[in-house]
Design a protein around this ligand. Structure first.
Ligand code: GRG
Length: 292
């Protein structure tokens, strides 16, 4: 795992530098708009989506320079979703990544606009790549679709609808997981494949869906038994708000067994991928065992 940590850090710090340069060029009038966007964007975070994108890029032969605009756009979309999710009318969380959430720092109206600004800028970055050719357009569209009304937003809508659900079903839970969380992770994994004409696309898609599912499963386990110190956000909220989660449906112990099963399934899918995939195997272990 030592090699994994080094390589993860290499991808993460490369991305962090690129993101910092990108943010230096954001200058808005009024200033508070750009400041509130950058506040959340640069608050830290594990950067799992950019890291995954770069790792798959290395496996299929797409360089980091080519991927970086897509990674930045995806991280902006992810960050906007967290800002909006933390708002009182959504998940109502005062902390994110160990710091005051965006609306606590800038107020609710500015937080809505910071999220809108990030989404809009993400689209602008994606459009900026499209002149390069058809594969670049397809990769941009993939991210838009995964983030949109047949992806993350649909998952969030279902998540809200099924709070206090008296008759929760596996199908509903899977729909929420597959869309709210797994779609953006699938986009991160599939973009490099799309940029080389769809090389091993269906294998990467299945892998993205499975890693995304595992990611949400561990998120729910951490909400049930993690701590504020390690997570940097409130814990125990799913139960308090009677959210439809795997912990509610299966119980904590079953959830952990389920996570073991998902980990094995991810590893089987990775075994079917051609290329250098050791990092991906270790990434799955990292997701399964994460503490934040
Ligand atoms: C469209 C308003 C709107 C919301 C979208 C994604 C989402 C729905 C809400 C965010 C809350 C949530 C629990 C999402 C599931 C995905 C997830 C586990 C997000 C946390 O991602 P990490 O762990 O966060 O990658 P960091 O802080 O490391 O970037």
């Amino acid at each position: 795992m030592a090699d994994f940590n080094v390589r993860y850090e290499e991808y993460r710090s490369y991305f962090e530098n690129e993101l910092n340069s990108f943010c230096n060029d954001i200058k808005t009038n009024p200033e508070i708009l750009g400041e509130s966007m950058k506040y959340s964007l640069l608050l830290g975070g594990k950067r799992v989506r950019p890291v995954l994108m770069y790792a798959v890029g290395d496996a299929v032969g797409v360089d980091r320079e080519t991927l970086t605009p897509y990674a930045i756009a995806l991280e902006m979309i992810h960050t906007y979703s967290l800002i909006h999710d933390d708002l009182p009318e959504m998940d109502n969380d005062d902390f994110r990544r160990g710091k005051p959430s965006n609306h606590k720092k800038f107020g609710q109206a500015n937080a809505v606009l910071a999220g809108d600004g990030l989404l809009n800028t993400a689209f602008s970055v994606l459009f900026g790549e499209c002149y390069k050719g058809r594969d670049y357009v397809s990769a941009a569209k993939l991210i838009c679709d995964c983030a949109g009304i047949y992806g993350m937003i649909a998952g969030q809508s279902a998540d809200i609808l099924h709070e206090h659900d008296a008759n929760p079903t596996v199908e509903t839970l899977d729909y929420i997981y597959d869309n709210k969380t797994a779609k953006l992770i699938t986009a991160a994994i599939c973009v490099p494949s799309v940029l080389v004409g769809g090389k091993q696309y269906s294998r990467f898609k299945k892998l993205g869906e499975k890693i995304g599912y595992l990611f949400q499963l561990t998120d729910d386990i951490l909400d049930a038994e993690g701590s504020f110190i390690s997570l940097g956000k409130s814990v125990g909220k799913d139960e308090k708000e009677d959210k439809l989660t795997a912990v509610k449906l299966y119980g904590l112990q079953e959830c952990k067994l389920f996570a073991d099963m998902c980990e094995s399934e991810c590893n089987m899918l990775i075994d079917g991928i051609d290329g250098e995939v050791q990092f991906l195997h270790e990434f799955v272990t990292f997701v399964k065992n994460r503490h934040n």
